[in-house]
Ligand binder design. Sequence first.
Ligand SMILES: [Fe+2]
Ligand SMILES: [Fe+2]
Length: 169
Amino acid sequence: MKTLLEKYEYIKEYYDIVSPILNSEEFQKRKQWRHHGDTTLYEHCIKVSYLAYRMSLKFKMDSKSVAIGGLLHDFYYKPWMENIEKKPLLKKHGFVHAKEARDNSYNYFNEYMNPIIDNIILRHMFPLNIIPPKYKEAWLVNLADKIASLDFIEKESLAKTFGIYKKGK
Ligand SMILES: [Fe+2]
Ligand SMILES: [Fe+2]
């Protein structure tokens, strides 16, 4: 039986783009880093990258930059769960990790970087980080990140949030 990689040309193309980064020692460490819920950072980044890549094929976009930018959008230095020291609001993870991920991407994967990928990573936290993305590719990854991040909300808490969950039912 054919594997998915052999069966679908776009999966092979996607894998060819991301595999050098994906299989690097540094990126593999993210398999041990928790993102939200029981999702690892490794899984989250692949999800965002692949989702955005698939969407980018439907529009005229730089799909290669989308795939790489998506993969590296949360490539910050250390697991955010380890940030236990008290910090002022604007120094907290949500506000600083996009820049950290961008800088770290240049450290490890400089040869893959370009202005679009830079912008994808740096602006993926808009609107929490107030400067919006500059390129359509960066808007797409921003959206894919929001969609992928909805995963960690369990159905029950979602229902509670919207007031439709009744205890005991
Ligand atoms: Fe992020
Ligand atoms: Fe993310």
